[in-house]
Ligand binder design. Structure first.
Ligand SMILES: NC(=O)c1ccc[n+]([C@@H]2O[C@H](COP(=O)([O-])OP(=O)(O)OC[C@H]3O[C@@H](n4cnc5c(N)ncnc54)[C@H](OP(=O)(O)O)[C@@H]3O)[C@@H](O)[C@H]2O)c1
Length: 274
């Protein structure tokens, strides 16, 4: 029986690991700040996690966190599955490092936030050595509605960033649309009803428009993290005028002190511009 390791029980990692346990996967977990997970064994440190598991999933904040974990472990004979959103170039460097140390590397970023993670409905994109990808893909099934194979590293992260261009400009565009309605004194409930009834309605527009109407910026995806994602896209290069404008508005929202709020709070930057 393959023992799976899981590092990073944060907003995303905890529900993801919980779905693995529910599916009956033998799981060993580790979090930098010690945390338990019902149904899973807990490793005392990252090194122990890699000793006990032959495949280890990483759901960590960023590339610095991935580097810190890899500094502490021996990956020889292990398969490292990096599921966080990091820069394509950073992922390439992690792949080279893992291979040089005798391990296999798969990048498997996911699309979908906390609620899809809880429901096991993430979309995972996988890239790396074909044999390793084929081994890892079925292991991700309890966490995902869909898994898509994207060739060599960093094909999966580039696809994830392409999807993020749409997500970020979509929500920023919705906030701009809402702000236009607000600034012209329209009935905002009616604005939301018309959007919900029309062809642009989507699960994300329905949720975000209600947050805008009720001025509820309780976090689903934090502005800070969305801004980091926008910077990752811009760092990868491309013709991105809408994303650049969105990035500026996200950065202004952070500067106004609202980086911990939901991405819908980007409307605050529009209000501040007056
Ligand atoms: N949230 C979303 O909607 C979403 C959706 C898709 C993809 N993602 C991506 O998925 C990744 C995780 O997101 P999240 O929302 O779960 O983040 P999070 O709640 O901030 O969790 C981050 C995790 O990384 C760990 N970590 C941070 N620095 C570390 C270090 N130096 N060494 C070891 N562990 C470290 C944290 O451990 P501690 O508990 O000790 O701090 C925590 O377990 C990110 O790359 C994010 O961009 C997020």
């Amino acid at each position: 029986v393959t023992v799976l390791g899981f590092a990073g029980l944060g907003t995303m990692g905890r529900p993801m690991a919980t779905n693995l346990v529910r599916a009956g996967t033998p799981l060993v977990v580790w979090n930098r700040t010690p945390k338990e997970l019902p149904g899973a064994e807990v490793a005392a440190g990252a090194a122990e996690l890699f000793r006990r598991a032959d495949t280890v999933l990483l759901m960590l904040r960023d590339a610095a966190a991935v580097g810190a974990v890899l500094d502490a472990v021996d990956v020889a004979g292990r398969t490292v599955v990096q599921m966080g959103t990091i820069a394509p170039e950073e992922s390439r460097a992690v792949e080279a490092r893992v291979r040089a140390a005798g391990g296999r590397y798969v990048e498997a970023p996911v699309s979908g936030s906390r609620v899809p993670a809880e429901r096991g409905e993430l979309v995972a994109m996988l890239a790396g050595d074909a044999a390793a990808v084929a081994d890892v893909r079925p292991l991700l099934a309890p966490m995902c509605a869909t898994t898509v194979v994207c060739g060599a590293v960093p094909g999966a992260l580039l696809l994830k960033l392409a999807v993020n261009v749409f997500l970020i400009t979509l929500v920023t565009g919705l906030a701009e649309s809402f702000h236009f309605a607000e600034a012209h004194g329209l009935d905002l409930e009616q604005f939301a009803d018309v959007l919900d009834a029309g062809q642009m309605a989507s699960p994300i527009s329905r949720v975000k428009v209600r947050k805008l109407v009720s001025d509820d910026f309780a976090v689903q995806a934090a502005i800070d993290d969305v801004l980091r994602n926008a910077e990752l896209v811009l760092g990868a290069g491309g013709t991105l005028p809408l994303l650049e404008a969105s990035r500026d508005l996200l950065a202004e929202t952070v500067a106004l002190g609202h980086g911990g709020e939901d991405m819908a709070a980007v409307v605050r930057a529009l209000r501040a511009r007056g």
